[in-house]
Design a protein around this ligand. Structure first.
Ligand code: FE
Length: 152
């Protein structure tokens, strides 16, 4: 399917040079806004507000052929409309929810903590965000403390 992406402000730097006004993008059927953003290589943290066909939407919004997606960057000033405020709140929650499932890498040995797997041998259940692991947890490979990990 084909969707049309409009980038605002600093997001324009992710636009292909040939078509910066309205970017025509081919996506697999049932792709979401998230995949549309990824297709241009835009880090989702850079996107503050999403409109699909001029209505507020979230990353998880499913797209259909011919949809028009407008993306506003993180540094845009907040404007005080009621619907926008609620959309941004849920949008932020969605971002945080995804951020929590981030992988973390031990800077000593390269071990990667994957929240979806956890570290069950050491009492960390699958689905545990890195931030939620107890402070005395150590790298299961090299014994380094949590402070030696960086988000991957
Ligand atoms: Fe390690």
């Amino acid at each position: 399917m084909t969707v049309y992406l409009k980038l605002m402000g600093s997001l324009l730097k992710y636009a292909p040079q040939s078509q910066s006004e309205l970017i025509q993008t081919s996506l697999k059927d049932r792709s979401t806004v998230r995949e549309a953003i990824q297709s241009l290589g835009i880090p989702k943290e850079r996107v503050k507000l999403i409109f699909v066909n001029h209505m507020g939407a979230f990353l998880s919004h499913p797209l259909k052929d011919g949809d028009r997606v407008s993306l506003f960057p993180a540094e845009y000033p907040v404007f005080a409309d009621w619907e926008g405020a609620i959309l941004r709140k849920e949008h932020d929650d969605e971002m945080i929810e995804e951020g929590k499932m981030k992988k973390w890498k031990c800077q000593i040995c390269g071990y990667i903590y994957d929240p979806s797997k956890g570290d069950p041998d050491n009492g960390v259940k699958p689905g545990t965000a890195f931030e939620e692991i107890p402070g005395d947890w150590v790298c299961p490979l090299c014994g380094a403390g949590k402070d030696m990990f960086e988000a991957d």
